[in-house]
Design a protein around this ligand. Structure first.
Ligand code: NAP
Length: 253
């Protein structure tokens, strides 16, 4: 077991990549805090983990709220006593209830701020709380969810790309700041993965993705959970401020 008795908090853990990470980490011996903004999503994954023989607790919070994040960390510490691994994974693919894409000119202030808040603000708020625990005990791992949107860029989602690129810059800076305290901060930049976030993509968009992915297909959630497990484990003891990109060979926007 690679994470025996480690306390892990996965934000957005009630669906897709976060759910897969929670299940994998629990199989590797971790006790998993499953955060989600939707209570039933967090509860369902916590129940799934426990039914599989693991230990998990749901923590409902909107991680784009500083106050909600502070309260959630207090709840995690009350329940588990510490936190060893934080995965900043919560995210949204769109800010409106439509699969339509928008040019930058068409983005509203709300489209912009909601996207940045959900990804970048949340990553900052959760990282700040986690560091308050990890720095004094001189140990910890923080894994941030970037995207090829933040490394290569994607057209018609400039708010999403900005948020993900911001997360990567934040990762590199914090990593340099806290490495000397024994806290290792890294990021993952997935290509397109089959999850509820990408399920609504229209046929034409799916073909565009497949055509731009040398492996000719979407990735699976396990491809990302496996990278997260590596970064959380002792195998990654020399990884600082890195961006691992399981992406099927994607190189272009
Ligand atoms: P997903 O299945 O939609 O899961 C994301 C989860 O985060 C959902 O349960 C979502 O709840 C929750 N969430 C959203 N806003 C939140 C908030 N403010 N506070 C707490 N929880 C919140 O998506 P996914 O594909 O697993 O994506 C996970 C992460 O990977 C995201 O950061 C995404 O940007 C990133 N990513 C995904 C892909 C991909 O191809 N799937 C590629 C690169 C990066 P709701 O369902 O209620 O919104």
């Amino acid at each position: 077991m690679r994470l025996k008795d480690k306390i892990v908090l996965v934000t957005g853990g009630g669906s897709g990549l976060g759910r897969e990470m929670g299940l994998l980490f629990a199989r590797e011996g971790a006790k998993v805090g499953v955060n989600d903004v939707r209570p039933e999503a967090a509860q369902n994954v916590a129940t799934e983990i426990e039914r599989a023989g693991g230990v998990a607790r749901p923590f409902v919070a909107d991680v784009s709220s500083s106050a909600a994040v502070r309260k959630m960390f207090a709840e995690v510490l009350a329940a588990f006593g510490t936190i060893d691994v934080l995965v900043n994974n919560a995210g949204i693919g769109r800010t409106r209830d439509t699969t339509d894409l928008f040019t930058t000119i068409e983005l509203t202030d709300d489209d912009w701020h909601k996207m940045i808040a959900t990804h970048l603000d949340a990553t900052f708020y959760c990282t700040r709380e986690a560091l308050r625990v990890m720095i004094p005990k001189k140990a910890g791992r923080i894994i941030n969810q970037g995207s090829i949107a933040g490394t290569a860029g994607l057209p018609f989602v400039s708010n999403y790309c900005a948020a993900k690129a911001g997360i990567i810059g934040f990762t590199k800076s914090v990593a340099l700041e806290v490495a000397k305290h024994g806290v290792l901060v890294n990021a993952i930049a997935p290509g397109f993965i089959e999850t509820p976030m990408t399920a609504p993509l229209e046929a034409e968009a799916r073909q565009w993705v497949i055509g731009n992915t040398p492996l000719g297909r979407f990735g699976q959630p396990h491809d990302i959970a496996a990278a997260a497990l590596y970064l959380a484990s002792d195998d990654a003891n020399f990884m600082v401020g890195q961006v691992i990109s399981p992406n099927g060979g994607w190189t272009t926007a």
